[in-house]
Each structure stands twice: as structure tokens, then as C-alpha cells.
Design a protein around this ligand. Structure first.
Ligand code: ISE
Length: 338
């Protein structure tokens, strides 16, 4: 089999995890070059990634221009995604971009427009939950109609903590964005309205942060989705989803872990962060992307999905300020995303 040469832009925690997964666990690809918005950081990181200094480029454009780089993986900080994605699309290279596609809806629209001009899908967004075995089982139950049509959903997304610089808006763009995407994917509908409600803030959050935050979403058919996002729960990375349907209910299976029974009761372990909880999903997701690079056909979460999720984020940001319900406005969907 052909081995695809990958260039990784952004070699922080997430980028390094992707380099290791591609070079050590997946098939069909090899990371041959890296770059970072702070190039000196990429020079420092290269030896630990098994790369020589010649494999370090000074910019995303230089990375895209390398003949041995057939596809680009973007894992730099959110604000750097758009320019790098546009470079890759301009170079006609397939690209994997971590979520959020870009922090601004306009930026997402520019990427959608660039792909539409290219006339084909080149980009996959890193919504890894779609590749998680539990979410796939949940979707299958819904699609098979085993418990009838969905009526009401509850999504919980709790983090033990976040960095000191974490800001309130990021609870929407970094955390809730996963719930927005997974809801669109599970129910196959766009979100049309959003309201965001505040609660009492946890004493564990740093000054100025609003945590927890809840959102109510309504989809095209009127399905209501309650989203809870927590950044400082202080106990674990806890992801849940429970859906009431016409003839019963279905819930996301919990993590695969042995159940312990002892004098303290019955319990099983829960992970501490997303890299652990979604480890298999990340591997499956990036493998699917590599396979699509080899086939020349992109089929994972698209730039449209990145745009639509970001439109919900931006509307939720405005709704957080007013406390009122806001409508989500989307542009017409270009034909390549049909
Ligand atoms: C983080 O940025 C992620 O991407 C994780 O998937 C998410 O679960 C976490 O809450 C975010 O902070």
C-alpha cells in the first residue's frame, strides 16, 4: 500500500498526540514534516517526534508546498485554523482540521466557499465523537427506529478542569461545540433556535468564568435538546447523552470499565480527559481520514458541518448575553455538501 506523507501544522498537546498516533498506531501514512505558528516551538518538538530539523517548516504555506507532503493535519490553536486550511485547499491537498473549524462563522464560510470553488470536498473536521463506538450504537438505535422517533434529548459534558486562561466564551466554542455537532449528526437535522441559561457558578472556577452553562436547542422538526457544559467539575471527564423517544429511551453506553463492588458500594472508573475517553474514536477518525486521502474521496465530517456547528456557537454566544431565544441563520448549502 502507498504511504501518504502528512504535514502537521501545530505541534502542541493535540498535534503531538496526532503525530504519535499516525506514526505508531495507524496504517497507510507517515508524518514527514511539521510546522507551528511559533516555528521555534516546532524546532524544539521535532526530535521528540522522531523528526530531523529538515522536517520543520517555518509556515503553513511552506508545509503545503513540500512535494513529500500529500495531506495536511491542522492542530494549531483555533485562531490559526482558517489561514492554514485555506493554504491547503489552495494547494489542492486534503486536510484534516481539528475542531472548531475556525472560531468565527465568517471564517468557516470562507473555507466552505474555497472548497465550493475547488469543486470538491478536501477537508475533514475533527468531530471525533462521530467515530466513538458508543455514539455509533446510539445512532444505530435511532436510525433503526427501535424505540421510535426521538422527542427530547439530554447531553452532559463535564470536564474536571481547564487551563487558567480558559474564558467563558470557550465553554461554548470548545466544549458545547461537540454537543452541537453530535446533535446534528445523531438526529440528522439542523439546529434552528438556541437559548443559553446560567446557573450558580462553581467555587472551583477562576474569577470571571461562568460555569456551568446550559443551552436549549431546537431542531427543524421541533426536537428539544438540553445541553449541560461544565469546565470545572473537580471529579472527572464525564460525557453522557440520554434520549427520550416515542416508545422508550436510549442512552449513550458508559465507558468500558469493570464494575467494582465492595464495602463502599458499586462503581466503575471514569477517565480524566478527552484524549483518554475518546482514544479509540481519535484513532478511528484519523484512520478514516488517511483512508479517504488514499481513495481521493473525502467522507468524514465536512467543512459544512464545521460551519453549521460554529453558527450554533455564535448564536449561543449572543443568546448567552440576552437570555432570550435566538434563531440560527445558515447560508444555502453548496452542492458539494449534498
Ligand atoms: C477540549 O478542547 C476538547 O476538544 C474536548 O473534546 C472537550 O471535551 C473539552 O471539553 C474541550 O475543552
Amino acid at each position: 500500500m502507498n504511504t501518504v506523507g502528512i504535514g502537521v501544522f501545530g505541534v502542541g498537546k493535540m498535534g503531538q498526540a496526532h503525530v504519535h498516533r499516525i506514526n505508531e498506531s495507524l496504517r497507510g501514512a507517515r508524518v514527514v514534516a511539521v510546522s507551528d505558528p511559533a516555528p521555534e516551538f516546532a524546532h524544539k518538538a521535532a526530535p521528540g517526534l522522531g523528526l530531523s530539523d529538515d522536517a520543520v517548516e517555518e509556515s503553513a504555506a511552506a508545509l503545503c508546498a513540500r512535494p513529500d507532503v500529500e495531506a495536511i493535519l491542522i492542530a494549531a490553536w483555533d485562531g490559526e485554523h482558517e489561514a492554514a486550511a485555506l493554504e491547503a485547499i489552495k494547494a489542492g491537498k486534503m486536510v484534516f482540521c481539528e475542531k472548531p473549524l475556525t472560531p468565527s462563522v465568517e471564517g468557516c464560510r470562507r473555507i466552505v466557499a474555497a472548497e465550493a470553488r475547488a469543486g470538491r470536498r478536501l477537508l475533514q473536521v475533527g468531530f471525533m465523537r462521530r467515530y466513538d463506538a458508543g455514539y455509533q450504537q446510539l445512532k444505530k438505535v435511532l436510525d433503526d427506529g427501535t424505540v421510535g422517533d426521538p422527542l427530547l434529548a439530554y447531553c452532559m459534558h463535564r470536564n474536571p478542569s481547564q487551563g487558567d486562561k480558559f474564558e467563558s466564551g470557550q465553554i461554548i466554542t470548545q466544549v458545547m461545540v461537540h454537543e452541537f455537532d453530535i446533535s446534528r449528526w445523531l438526529f440528522g437535522e439542523e439546529v434552528t433556535r438556541v437559548r443559553v441559561d446560567r446557573s450558580r457558578t462553581t467555587s472551583k472556577a477562576h474569577e470571571g468564568l461562568i460555569d456551568p452553562l446550559t443551552a436549549v436547542l431546537w431542531t427543524e422538526s421541533g426536537l428539544r435538546i438540553n445541553v449541560e457544559a461544565v469546565c470545572f467539575d473537580g471529579y472527572a471527564y464525564d460525557i453522557r447523552c440520554d434520549i427520550l423517544c416515542e416508545e422508550g429511551g436510549v442512552a449513550l453506553p458508559d465507558e468500558l470499565a469493570p464494575t467494582i463492588r465492595d464495602a463502599h458500594g458499586v462503581r466503575h472508573q471514569i477517565g480524566n480527559d478527552w484524549l483518554d475517553r475518546f482514544k479509540d474514536a481519535y484513532n478511528t477518525e484519523v484512520q478514516a481520514w488517511i483512508d479517504s486521502v488514499i481513495d481521493g474521496q473525502q467522507s468524514g465530517p465536512s467543512a459544512w458541518d464545521g460551519y453549521a456547528a460554529q453558527a450554533v456557537c455564535e448564536t449561543a454566544g449572543a443568546a448567552m448575553e440576552t437570555g432570550a431565544e435566538h434563531s440560527v441563520e445558515l447560508i444555502a448549502r453548496p452542492g458539494i455538501y449534498a
